[in-house]
Write a protein that binds this ligand. Structure first.
Ligand code: IMP
Ligand code: MG
Length: 188
């Protein structure tokens, strides 16, 4: 099976490449304006925000430093485990710097909350803000929402453009809803 066949596992496409690219242009412009006079460190949450981070940072017109954090919460399932593991024993020092945490999607918000809290507690930044490409429309129990959001989406399981199901579909150039049958019967 070729990678392109994975597109047939989508119930529907929510955002195509053009829509993603134009929204990234707008987000990059806002970020370039906001952090124009600041020392900025972008903290990218891997692996989901790999594509987003590359494409967004390529559009920035300001200087920045990049750090990547490996964070796990889903363990390949479609519902969060509720626990967030940040795979970094020693966090960097961000004193004198503004931090922008970048993640693919805001679902329960636990991932973003855990990362922002850890940076605030251990890294001494001036200010931590956050950006997610997608934000699910749902009731949340955390005290944080992203400062920049690409698209608000319904509470569905989405894949593509970095978002995966059991490690698959990250390389789809579009973002779409995974067919329910695939979630029920993963043939992976
Ligand atoms: P949260 O901690 O519940 O906000 O979940 C955020 C993390 O869960 C993201 O970084 C994603 O890796 C993953 N995630 C949440 N929703 C989806 C989805 O619809 N598709 C794929 N991954 C998702
Ligand atoms: Mg993630």
């Amino acid at each position: 099976m070729s990678t392109n066949d994975n597109i047939n596992d989508l119930e529907r496409v929510l955002f195509n490449e053009n829509e993603i690219n134009s929204r990234l242009d707008e987000l990059a412009e806002s970020i370039s304006n906001q952090y124009d006079k600041c020392k900025l460190t972008v903290v990218s949450i891997m692996n989901g925000s790999l594509m987003l981070t590359a494409d967004l940072l390529a559009r920035l017109e300001i200087d920045f430093d990049l750090r990547c954090l490996n964070v796990e919460s889903y363990y390949g399932e479609t519902k969060g485990s509720g626990e967030v593991f940040i795979n970094s024993i020693r966090m960097p020092n961000f004193s004198g710097r503004h931090v922008l945490v970048v993640d693919d999607i805001f679902d329960t918000g636990k991932t973003l909350e855990a990362v922002v809290e850890r940076i605030n507690c251990e890294c001494n930044p001036i200010k931590v803000s956050s950006l997610t490409l997608l934000k699910k429309k749902k009731e949340i129990k955390v005290n944080i929402t992203p400062d920049f959001v690409g698209f608000e989406v319904d509470d569905l399981f989405l894949v593509g453009y970095g978002l995966d199901y059991h490690g698959k579909y990250r390389n789809l150039p579009v973002i779409g809803e995974l067919k329910k049958g695939i979630i029920a019967n993963p043939t992976l």
